[in-house]
Design a protein around this ligand. Sequence first.
Ligand SMILES: Cc1cc2nc3c(=O)[nH]c(=O)nc-3n(C[C@H](O)[C@H](O)[C@H](O)COP(=O)(O)OP(=O)(O)OC[C@H]3O[C@@H](n4cnc5c(N)ncnc54)[C@H](O)[C@@H]3O)c2cc1C
Length: 307
Amino acid sequence: MSVLVLAEVDNGVLSPSTARIVQAASQLGPLDILVPGSAEAAAAAAALSPVRKVLRSADNALADALAEVLFSLAPGYEYVVSGASSAGKDVMPRLAARLDIQPVTDIVAIDGDNHFTRPIYAGNALETLFDGQAQHVLTFRASAFPPAAIGNAAPVEVLEHPVISAARFIAAHRSADDVIDLATAQIVVGGGVSFRSAEGFQLIEKLGKILGAAIGATRAAVDAGYAPNDWQVGQTGKIIAPDLYIAIGISGALQHLAGIQGAKKIIAINSDPEAPIAKIADVALIGDLFEIVPQLTAELEKMGIKR
Ligand SMILES: Cc1cc2nc3c(=O)[nH]c(=O)nc-3n(C[C@H](O)[C@H](O)[C@H](O)COP(=O)(O)OP(=O)(O)OC[C@H]3O[C@@H](n4cnc5c(N)ncnc54)[C@H](O)[C@@H]3O)c2cc1C
């Protein structure tokens, strides 16, 4: 009943979501973790309490190469697991195809005995399914699980394997140096197309900085070029589950709501009291965002709420 987790490494650093995936997957059995690349990330993975052994693979392995590494390791494991992130979505279907099994994706709860809960219809319903296959390829939504505790020193084994890849890794660039991970952020400030420009969006970035929040955006804002693609929240963007989501100038289209259903509290700032987001928000501030957001930011600054 052993489990192999694929860790997510971001610019050489173990992504915070990995601790959550490890915590979730540890419910399935004794757990090893495959860490692509960096020694620093491998050491961070070894510190996670449920980890039995860290397997460290070659640096900068791309999705097709990682799928091959997982494929070679898979016979030793009943479960192969990753986050339901862009990286997981890139690797796990390739692995499932190689193993000729059906993956179960976007799991938000383990209900015991290979029963899993996952959202369907863009998050409008939850299904519980039984995976009756002999081996399982699973992806978990990190935001649905707490992080694993740290305080372990699991052994790290370096894997010697050829990197078999049709593509060649050239470089990775981070867009900003202090970006907070949307998938695991406790506070997210989201902006819509009503910010009217990339410069307008800086209002939201300033507020987000003061609150120590990650920044999200609607697809309309991303399509208009006001926010980068990796800020998109929703059905075709990221799924978030913060303690607080502040939705500013966002109508609350179904496809956006699909990404924020895990938010514990929602504050909406919108000029239209009839906007769908205003109806589902815990608090709705009705007014012009170009007045409210600078005022709110200035008040928080005055109060010294700088995280
Ligand atoms: C297949 C598919 C997938 C999609 N996936 C996604 C997805 O993943 N994520 C996503 O977000 N969308 C997605 N969409 C798009 C979605 O349907 C909406 O078009 C989009 O979410 C709307 O973005 P918005 O709220 O910024 O814009 P709008 O719907 O135009 O809303 C703007 C809001 O701002 C308010 N407003 C305007 N001016 C001000 C002001 N000065 N002050 C305060 N409030 C103001 C308005 O009252 C309105 O409520 C998808 C669509 C399709 C078809």
